[in-house]
Design a protein around this ligand. Structure first.
Ligand code: NAD
Length: 295
């Protein structure tokens, strides 16, 4: 069993750290928010006064932070003080360039490093069923896989430094675009007098089939577990979808990839967020496409 430092005990980090404690690891945690430290303590995490205390003596350090600037600042502070040969894992969703810069910091200080963003949300974090998309060397991945296992349903090695983030934003760009496509189809069907159920029954077993339709159907009825049946309570909040679509756009720009539908999806979710709906599930975009007022 390892000594694990865990920095960033928010909505995702706290349940993830709790699963590491349940697996028998010693977890020392730090967050800037006192209430998050209280929750961590109740989950069996040893609460540290600062990041330096959380990483002291740790074999592995995990960060779960809001954005690239936070990750680079924290990694820059802690990497020089970590044990040589220790493992630094960042599970935050951040831009690919920052992820690669974080790997460079780790390498400079003789550490193994992995970028390992997740999919599965707060529910997956609590259940220990997250999908981890990992980027880093073979040795770093081999060291990280057993650490991630108690928090994971699946761990995929996506390639070298930054490729975990690359996989995450490519996947979420597909998701944002496909949800808008499915929403548009339902709005068109309504105008044509075609019922939601009839469109679902056909498209879910035809070439229009996709996750946004069959698992996360944006209109109430056909998939009883989808957020549409709970007034679009998230789920996956539209503000987080917007964050990931913006990351995809900045990666496309720096890599020189043409992603016109990704750009359009980012614009639409930007308008949706500006209208005050960032806290709704991202599938609520169907109401926006319909021109309907959201409550
Ligand atoms: P959150 O805001 O709840 O948690 C982030 C935590 O980091 C906060 O508690 C904050 O206090 C802490 N923090 C910030 N700077 C710090 C510092 N210097 N030192 C210590 N702690 C610091 O966010 P979250 O929902 O837990 O998401 C975390 C990451 O996971 C984000 O990158 C997000 O995009 C990604 N993500 C979230 C979800 C989701 O459904 N919430 C799903 C997949 C991925």
């Amino acid at each position: 069993m390892s000594i694990i430092g865990f920095i960033g005990l928010g909505n995702m980090g706290n349940p993830m750290a709790a699963n590491l404690v349940k697996a028998g690891h010693t977890v020392k945690g730090f967050d800037l928010v006192a209430a998050n430290l209280e929750t961590a303590k109740a989950n069996g995490v040893t609460v540290a006064d600062d990041a330096a205390a959380a990483i002291d003596g740790a074999d592995v350090v995990i960060t779960m932070l809001p954005a690239g600037k936070h990750v680079l600042a924290v990694h820059g502070d802690i990497a020089p003080a970590m044990k040589k040969g220790a493992l630094l894992i960042d599970c935050s969703t951040i831009d690919v360039d920052s992820a690669r810069a974080a790997h460079a910091i780790a390498e400079k200080h003789g550490l193994l490093s992995v970028d390992a963003p997740v999919s599965g949300g707060v529910g997956g974090a609590a259940a220990g069923t997250l999908t981890f998309m990992a980027g880093g060397s073979k040795d770093a991945f081999a060291a990280a896989a057993p650490v991630l296992e108690p928090m994971a349903g699946k761990v995929v090695h996506c390639g070298d430094a930054g490729n975990g983030q690359a996989a995450k934003i490519c996947n979420n760009m597909i998701l944002g675009i496909s949800m808008i496509g499915v929403g548009e189809a339902f709005v068109l069907a309504e105008k044509l007098g075609l019922s939601h159920q009839a469109l679902f029954d056909v498209a879910s077993t035809s070439s229009g089939q996709c996750w946004s339709l069959t698992t996360y159907c944006p209109v109430p009825g056909p998939v009883p577990t989808s957020p549409a049946n709970k007034d679009y309570a998230p789920g996956f909040a539209a503000a987080l979808m917007l964050k990931d679509l913006k990351l995809a756009q900045s990666a496309a720009q720096s890599a020189g990839a043409a992603t016109p539908l990704g750009a359009e999806a980012a614009q639409l979710y930007g308008l949706f967020d500006n209208a005050g709906h960032g806290g709704k599930d991202f599938s609520a975009i169907v109401k926006f496409l319909r021109g309907e007022k959201l409550t």
